[in-house]
Design a protein. Structure first.
Length: 441
């Protein structure tokens, strides 16, 4: 390893980071403000490209930090052996005029950038050229304190952290994207409908029977149907949680922050799934689908297998004049459906595996999530009978100014969102219970 090769690699990484930053700006500039109020609207492709570009840029930044450390090692190895490390440090400290920590911070580009934004865009740990966070590498003097052990023979290799590969299915995937600027949603939901539409005769007898031609005959009247409505309000609820990590840990494992942030986001989304399904609506919380008055209930028959029970539950939604478009199952129940066999021993839903591996049962999009209870399912018209509104999508924030974080050297990373659910046509949903199949002789 030479300093020249390390510098060349470092320059290449910086050039790639500049290119990736330009890609991020290009994608961000393609977002459209369709409301005129600063609310940006983007497609799924734009959202995926934007997240991918940020992830790539974050990885490049981590590589640059690592390469800078490697460059310091290479330059040290290239130095003449006659000059001691202590002498080099003393010589470097004697050059130029030394600034105090506060002066260096107030004059740093990082502080000036935060000041220009009105201190609204503070994210994570800020580093600058001189001061508390500038010394990233550990020299031999710090190692001699007995806090680091070395193997007598061989060498150690850092293998990093393995990230989860599978993206969990989300209940919100069944809903079209909708947003709001309000903090409370309200409206009217239909809870009953009696359809008495029928023939309207031109004339009838006074008692409502067939016309007799007498003067007492009356003009025919249309039959009266009946609708029942009730008003409702739905709050915009905030869901979130946080984690505390020491800054040294984040420095030593550059990928850890990204993993923690993704886990925090996944935690928010899992709780969101649970609230969409089973929220009680108490206080400033979501009233879930299963607890909304008017949702239909179904219990399967022991003579039907799981797929048949799902199909019969669909009929209840169809009879309410809605076409169900999705079903939510626990992974164990979905496993039972996919492994269900017909009388010849063939898998009933194997055709869906052959066609793009789409998760479908009876034309319904399937979301298999641990948020659903085992032995239960919810199907209905997502986006029509119920709507999900985003007030604030999931945001990850980091701060070193929480409580004693500055003194302790810790970073607080928080993920949160604000979301609301409206179920204005509850009859379009069916909350079903599977009944174990019993074969008939």
């Amino acid at each position: 390893m030479t300093a020249t090769a390390s510098k060349a690699h470092l320059k290449d990484l910086n050039d790639r980071l500049q290119t990736k930053a330009a890609d991020i700006d290009r994608i961000r500039s393609s977002f459209k403000d369709e409301t005129g109020k600063g609310h940006m609207v983007l497609t799924k492709e734009q959202h995926a490209d934007y997240l991918a570009a940020i992830d790539n840029a974050t990885e490049l930044k981590a590589l640059i930090v690592a390469e800078q450390k490697a460059l310091g090692i290479a330059e040290y190895l290239d130095m003449p052996a006659s000059t001691s490390v202590a002498g080099q440090i003393a010589a470097q400290q004697g050059r130029g005029t030394q600034q105090s920590l506060s002066q260096a911070w107030l004059e740093s580009p990082e502080f000036l950038q935060m000041k220009a934004s009105g201190f609204r865009e503070i994210r994570g740990i800020t580093t600058f050229a001189q001061g508390l966070y500038s010394f990233e590498t550990k020299d031999t003097f710090s190692l001699s304190g007995g806090t680091v052990s070395h193997p007598g023979f061989g060498m150690a290799e850092k293998v990093g952290i393995t990230e989860r590969q599978r993206r969990p299915s989300r209940v919100r995937d069944l809903f079209p994207a909708e947003s709001t600027q309000a903090n409370v949603l309200y409206g009217v939901r239909q809870v009953g409908f009696v359809n008495n539409a029928g023939y309207i005769p031109e004339r009838t007898a006074a008692d409502g029977g067939p016309a007799t031609g007498a003067a007492t005959d009356m003009w025919g009247k249309a039959p009266k149907s009946k609708w029942d409505y009730e008003s409702y309000t739905a709050p915009i609820a905030e869901i979130g949680h946080f984690e505390v990590i020491h800054k040294n840990t984040l420095s030593d494992e550059s990928r850890l922050r990204g993993i923690v942030e993704r886990d925090l986001i996944d935690g928010v989304k899992l709780r969101e799934d649970e609230e969409i399904l089973f929220g009680t609506g108490a206080g400033e919380t979501i009233l879930g689908i299963t607890n909304t008055p008017g949702v239909q209930l179904y219990t399967g028959k022991a003579s039907d297998k799981r797929t048949a029970q799902v199909r019969r539950a669909m009929t209840l939604s169809i009879l309410s004049y809605f076409d169900p478009n999705g079903i939510i199952l626990h992974p164990i129940d979905f496993e039972g459906i996919e492994l269900e066999e017909d009388n010849q021993g063939a898998f009933r839903v194997a055709v869906s595996v052959a066609i793009g591996a789409e998760k479908r049962v009876w034309r319904l999009n399937v979301i298999d999530t641990a948020a659903m209870r085992v032995g239960k399912f919810v199907l209905g018209s997502f986006g029509q009978g119920a709507k999900l509104y985003d007030r604030e999508t999931v945001v990850v924030q980091a701060s070193t100014e929480t409580g004693n974080s500055f003194l302790e050297g810790t970073v607080v990373i928080k993920a949160s969102e604000r979301v609301g659910l409206v179920v204005d046509r509850p009859e379009s949903f069916v909350y079903g219970s599977f009944t174990p199949y019993v074969a008939t002789p």
